[in-house]
Structures are given as structure tokens and as C-alpha cells.
Design a protein around this ligand. Sequence first.
Ligand SMILES: C[S@@+](CC[C@H](N)C(=O)[O-])C[C@H]1O[C@@H](n2cnc3c(N)ncnc32)[C@H](O)[C@@H]1O
Ligand code: SF4
Length: 370
Amino acid sequence: MTDAEIASIARTGAGGVSPGFGVYVHWPFCLSKCPYCDFNSHVRHAAIDETRFVRAFQSEIAHAAARVPGRTVSSIFFGGGTPSLMAPETVGAILDAIARHWSIAPDVEVTLEANPTSVEAQKFRGYRAAGINRVSLGVQSLDDAALAQLGRLHSAREALDAVAVARDTFARFSFDLIYARPEQTPDAWRGELRRALEQEPEHLSLYQLTIESDTPFATLYAAGKLPIPDHDAARALYEITQEITAAHGLPPYEVSNHARHGAECRHNLVYWRCGEYAGVGPGAHGRLDVDGRRHATATEKHPERWLIRVESRGHGLVVDEALSREERGDELLLMGLRLAEGIDPEKFAEVAGRPIDPARIAEFANSGSW
Ligand SMILES: C[S@@+](CC[C@H](N)C(=O)[O-])C[C@H]1O[C@@H](n2cnc3c(N)ncnc32)[C@H](O)[C@@H]1O
Ligand code: SF4
């Protein structure tokens, strides 16, 4: 089988179901840095020159489209950082650039991550007019003391109000909660999760708190000042999560993501099914099929250095590596292990050129790398 045939199988899936083609847009700024977060997010005290950023996004989109022309975009995701700090006009200009270079599927999913403050909720109608049809809100907790501990700038009331505005404004919405927080009891989590489900979301992302290195939470944890649940207690909280969400018709389709049937986040499924996606903006990752080879791409992380790089070269790429069949097989395993639907053995064999090795699965499962 030729490399081009392998690339096309990966795009369409062995069973003929296409994971789609996604575009990820990274907005790297936040109003403040949450003490648990290691995302590529930066705080700036001066105003951001959004016009300059739009021009750079337009260049990167044109560059990616020249490498992978003729695709039909099935999902677009504005992630961050805090994309809800962008002006709706900025979002609209980036969407226009995507539509100028690729075809857009009639049922395209266009998601924007938003922080649930009243200021941001006021911009929701503008985002809808710009073309956003789904929002994902970072609620994190419905407990004010926990929100303060997480360094969040909103209260539980404000978050619920933003959820209500999202429900009235967009066809689809989701929100995120973080559990296994310091001193969180099973009963407290049950109550919080039930209140979240009362909002009748079609989709919820429920993440266990992870202590990321080089964050203030990592320092507190190392000093014994962050009493998070141990492995067994966290597992019990995970099981409570599965039980309650399934009882409310929101079973997990991925380790931390729950949805009503048909309301799964299509963009994230592109990643987990190892589909093709372009990543634009500072620190964005992509997977592109160029000349019959799957390429892993990444851009410069630092926002202003990314701008300068794009302005001088037309793109901010710092990584652009063709993956071997071995590496592609490992990616399919690592991503597929996250999904309730699992891994299609036929697709695996066609892409990786070898059957699935149970020992390799055990290795990944035990390493915790997924
Ligand atoms: C890029 S952030 C979301 C966007 C937005 N800036 C916000 O904070 O609401 C994506 C999500 O990852 C989750 N997250 C970030 N750091 C985490 C950590 N250390 N442990 C668990 N979840 C985390 C949060 O739920 C967050 O909403
Ligand atoms: S959690 Fe969200 S708001 Fe907080 S620093 Fe990370 S990206 Fe920014």
C-alpha cells in the first residue's frame, strides 16, 4: 500500500466513517493565571493589538491551506487561553479567512471556549453573529469557596447566569467542572454534579484536578499544603461521576467527556479518532497529510515571538515532522484508549502496518500517558 493510500484511509477511517477535518485556533491570553493551569496562556497588562493578530492568523491559515488544499472543514475550535476575551469581529475575521481557503461543511461545528463572567456573556450574541454555534464554558465548580481556591474570577451564580445566556444564544453548549479538588468529599461532589445536571447540558467535560509541574498548585502540593484526594478517593469520585452522569443520560464517550447521544464534541473526536486538523495561533498543534505523509506540526508558543515569526515567514511553525507508521500506530492507540468506542483493529492495521499489540496497550495503560 502506498503512503498516499494510508493517508487517505486515516482520513476516511477503515470503515469509511470520516473523522472530518478540523481547524484549531489558539488565543493565548487570560485576565489572570489560574494556579492549577499549565495551558499556553499569558497575562498582558497592555491592550492586545487584535488587528495585528488577525493578520497573522490570516497568514497561517493561508499557509496551512496551501499545504492541504481542497479540504472540507467539519469543525472549528477557538481554544485558549481565553478566546472569550476576543472581540467578536476578530472571531468573524478568522472564520472568514478559513472559509476563503477551504470549503465549509453545511453542518460545521464552530466552538468557542468562554470564561463564565457577565462581561463575556454580553458578547455571546456577537459571537453568534460571527458564526459561533457552540460554546464551552469553564465553570470549574458550583461552590464559591472552591472557585476562590481555584483562583477563578467568577462566582457560582455568575457562572450559572452565563450558562443560561449560552443556552438562549447558541444551538449547543457544554461546560467544564474540575473535581477531586482539595478536601472535596463524595457527598459534596454528588451535590455539585446534580446541580450541574439540572442545567440540562447536552455535553459536560468533567476533569479530575491534575497537579501540573511548575504551577503554584505543584508548589503547594510539594509543601504538603494541598490536601487533594489520594488515588483511591479520586477513583471513588470518578465512579460517582460515571454513575450519576449515566443515570442522567450523559454517559462518557471519552475519559472526561460526557454527552447525550449525538451531542459529542465533533472537534475533539477529530483528535481522538486521529483525523486531520490544522492548528493556528501561538503554540497550536496540528496533524496534516502532506504529500501522502501524516505531519505533526506545532507553532511557536510565545505570543509576541509567534507574531514576529509569522510576519517574517508567513507561518509560526517550529515543528513539522513526518510521522513513521510506528508513530502513527502509537497515536491511534493512545487516542483510541481514551474513547468508549475503542480502536478499530482494521483501521489500526491499515495505518500502522501491523496488528494491535496487546502488550503495547498494557504499556500505555500502565504508563498513565493517556
Ligand atoms: C483552556 S482551559 C478553558 C478555557 C478557559 N480559559 C477557562 O479556564 O474556562 C480548558 C479546561 O481545562 C481544564 N483544566 C485546566 N487545567 C486543569 C488541571 N490542572 N486539572 C484539571 N483540569 C484542568 C479546565 O476545566 C478548563 O476549563
Ligand atoms: S484555566 Fe483558563 S482562565 Fe485559567 S489560566 Fe488556564 S486558560 Fe486561563
